[in-house]
Design a protein around this ligand. Structure first.
Ligand code: DQA
Length: 147
């Protein structure tokens, strides 16, 4: 089964962007790490990144029928994009919301996620492991191994 990892705005700046918060590794490093992890789990994964809200909405729409699940880091759109929330609600594809940083331990505005209610869950605060944990959840669900 195929899974799609979508990274939103400013995540193409990983490695350069606020390294104290987001770490020194790049988006390319993240994707390489997830490719090797998904091989271990025998999952097929694809990647998309955009800084534009409309592109993220299109990626979500296009995932229907193509992917069994989406791992989504919507960046700051997480906190205010009702359009991305509606896009998630419009498709029959489960979405796991992920964040590198712990959004609950930062500025007040990051504590709200307008997309969380239409996702199957949120994983926040574990760096690249946030994405790996999300893929692990999809893997377990697929094998019927969720406890
Ligand atoms: C982020 C957290 C968001 O608040 C922020 O706007 C980002 C990255 C994270 O991965 O920790 O761009 O989604």
């Amino acid at each position: 089964r195929n899974f799609l990892v979508i990274n939103g705005p400013n995540l193409n700046r990983l490695g350069k962007r606020e390294p104290g918060i987001y770490g020194a590794h790049t988006l390319e490093d993240l994707e390489e790490e997830l490719v090797s992890f998904s091989k271990e789990l025998l999952l097929d994964i694809s990647f998309k990144q955009s800084n534009n809200e409309g592109d993220l909405i299109d990626f979500i729409h296009e995932a229907e029928g193509e992917f069994s699940g989406i791992v989504l880091n919507a960046g700051a759109y997480t906190h205010y994009s009702y359009a991305i929330r509606d896009a998630i609600a419009s498709v029959d594809v489960p979405v796991i919301e992920v964040h590198l940083s712990n959004v609950h331990a930062r500025e007040e505005f990051r504590r709200e996620s307008v997309i969380a209610p239409v996702t199957i869950g949120q994983i926040s605060g574990f760096g690249f492991d946030s994405y790996k944990l999300a893929l692990q959840v999809f893997h377990n669900q697929q094998k019927g191994e969720t406890l």
